[in-house]
Write a protein that binds this ligand. Structure first.
Ligand code: FAD
Length: 396
C-alpha cells in the first residue's frame, strides 16, 4: 500500500517535501496557487546542515553547477569598513561538517528541486490551484481548491508559506506579524564591480539599526546584496515592491563606508520586502495533528538573520521523508508518523527562530552596546560565528 500525500504550496519547502515523500515510496499531489512555478530573484545561503540533505538526495552535482562556495564570512563595521571577525568556510567547512557552505540564487534551488520531483513516479504537480481549505476525517483528508475542485489523500502537508491557508484553518492563530524591518534586495553583475568588491565571501556590514549582507550567486556571476533596516513597514506590503526603494537605500547607507556605498550604487534596481514572523509553535501538536502537518515557513517563519528559513524547510522535508518510509499500513499509520515528524522538528525550528531573532538584535546594536559587541567580535571572531549545533545537525 502506498500513502498518498496532498501538499499545499509549490515553493522550496513544498518541492522538497514532494521529493522526500516520493523517495520514501509515497505518491503526492502538489497544489501551487500561481499559474507558473516561480521564485523571487534573490539569493540564499545554505549551510552544511542543508547542503548535506541535497547531497543525500543525489543533487550535489546540480548544486555544484549553480552555487558559489564562499571562502569565508567576514563581518565589518559599516561605518569604517574595518574588519571585525571572520569565519573560514570553503574546504574548512567541508572538513568540519562534511558538506559545503553554499550561496545560490533561489530560482536555481527551486529549479533543482523541481527537476528532481518532475520525473518521480507518483508525483502530480498542479499549477493555478489555490488551496482554499480542507476537511479531515478519521481516514482521509479532502482538499478544497479555489476553483471548486476537490482532491483526496491520506494526509495534507501545509507548505504554503508565510500566509499559509492550511495553518489558518488548522491553528486559527492569526496572521504573521511585521517584525519592524524592511529588507531591500538586488542582484549585481560581479564582472561590473571593482576587484575589491568581488571577493568570494559572504560579507556582512554591521551598522546602527541596520546591516548589509552580500554574497555571490549563479556560480559567482551575480552578487546578491541585501540591506536590512529597522523602520515602519508599509501597510499591506506582503510581497516585493520597488517604488522609492533605491532612494531609501541611499538614505540608509548615507553614513556608511565608501566601498559599501559603491556597492549599493552599482545596483540596477531594488526590491523592498517587509519582514514578518511568528512566535515558535508551543509544541509538536501545533506542527502536526491528525492527518495535517505544517512544513517550512507555514510552520516556523523566521527572521533572516541566521539565513536558515529555506534550510529549515529542507530539514523538515528530510525528516518527513524519514518517517514516511516503510509504513506497514499508511492509512492507519500516517497520523502517528506525522506526530513523529513534528516531535523531531519543532524544537529545532524554535531554537533557530529564537537565534535568528537574537542575531537581529545583536547585528543592529547602537551606542556602547555596539562597541562592546565589536570588541567581543574582534576577540572571539570565529568562535562566535561558528555554530556547530546548527551546521552539524543531521535532519534524517
Ligand atoms: C530577506 C530574506 C533573506 C533570506 N535569506 C535566506 C537564506 O539566506 N537562507 C535560507 O535558508 N533562507 C533564507 N530566507 C528564508 C527563505 O526565503 C524562506 O524560509 C523559504 O523560502 C520558505 O520556503 P517555503 O516553501 O516554506 O515558503 P514559500 O517560499 O513562501 O512558498 C510557499 C508557496 O506556497 C504558495 N501558496 C501560498 N498560499 C497558497 C495556497 N493557498 N494554495 C496553494 N499555494 C499557495 C505560494 O505561492 C508559494 O509558492 C530569507 C528570507 C528573506 C525574507
Amino acid at each position: 500500500m502506498t500513502a498518498h500525500l496532498l501538499i499545499a504550496g509549490g515553493g522550496i519547502g513544498a518541492l522538497a517535501a514532494a521529493l522526500a515523500a516520493c523517495r520514501a515510496g509515497c505518491s503526492v499531489q502538489l497544489f501551487e496557487q500561481a499559474a507558473a512555478f516561480s521564485e523571487v530573484g534573490a539569493g540564499l545561503q545554505l549551510g552544511p546542515n542543508a547542503t548535506r540533505i541535497l547531497q543525500a538526495w543525489g543533487l550535489g552535482a546540480s548544486l555544484d553547477g549553480v552555487a558559489a562556495f564562499p571562502e569565508r564570512i567576514v563581518a565589518r563595521s559599516s561605518n569604517s569598513g574595518r574588519e571585525l571577525a571572520r569565519l573560514p568556510l570553503g574546504q574548512q567547512a567541508v572538513q568540519r561538517y562534511g558538506a559545503p557552505y553554499a550561496t545560490l540564487h533561489r530560482r536555481d534551488l527551486h529549479a533543482i528541486l523541481l527537476q528532481a520531483v518532475q520525473p518521480q513516479i507518483g508525483a502530480r504537480l498542479h499549477l493555478g490551484s489555490a488551496v482554499a481549505g480542507f476537511k479531515e476525517s478519521v481516514q482521509a483528508v479532502q482538499l478544497q481548491l479555489g476553483d471548486g475542485q476537490q482532491a483526496e489523500g491520506d494526509a495534507l502537508i501545509g507548505a504554503d508559506g508565510l500566509w499559509s491557508q492550511v495553518r489558518e484553518q488548522a491553528l486559527a492563530d492569526g496572521r504573521a506579524q511585521p517584525t519592524g524591518h524592511l529588507a531591500y534586495r538586488t542582484l549585481i553583475a560581479r564582472a561590473d564591480l571593482p576587484a575589491a568588491l568581488r571577493a568570494n565571501e559572504v560579507s556582512v556590514w554591521l551598522g546602527a539599526r541596520q546591516h548589509v549582507v552580500a554574497y555571490p550567486v549563479r556560480g559567482g556571476d551575480l552578487l546578491n546584496l541585501v540591506v536590512i533596516v529597522q523602520g515602519a513597514a508599509s501597510q499591506g506590503l506582503t510581497g516585493w515592491d520597488d517604488v522609492g526603494a533605491a532612494a531609501d537605500v541611499r538614505q540608509a547607507l548615507a553614513n556608511c563606508c565608501g566601498p559599501l556605498q559603491d556597492l549599493a550604487q552599482a545596483a540596477p534596481s531594488w526590491g523592498r520586502w517587509s519582514l514578518c514572523d511568528r512566535a515558535p509553535v508551543a509544541g509538536a501538536a501545533q506542527m502536526a495533528g491528525g492527518r495535517i502537518a505544517l512544513l517550512g515557513d507555514a510552520a516556523h517563519p523566521m527572521r533572516p538573520f541566521l539565513a536558515q528559513g529555506a534550510a529549515m524547510a529542507l530539514e523538515d522535508a528530510a525528516a518527513l521523508g524519514q518517517v514516511l518510509k516503510d509504513l506497514p499500513d499508511p492509512q492507519r499509520d500516517l497520523p502517528a508518523a506525522l506526530t513523529q515528524y513534528a516531535q523531531q522538528r519543532w524544537q529545532r525550528a524554535a531554537r533557530v527562530q529564537a537565534r535568528s531573532r537574537r542575531n537581529g538584535q545583536i547585528f543592529h546594536l547602537d551606542g556602547p552596546m555596539r562597541l562592546g559587541r565589536d570588541v567581543a567580535l574582534r576577540a572571539l571572531g570565529a568562535r562566535l560565528m561558528d555554530l556547530p549545533w546548527l551546521y552539524g545537525y543531521r535532519a534524517a
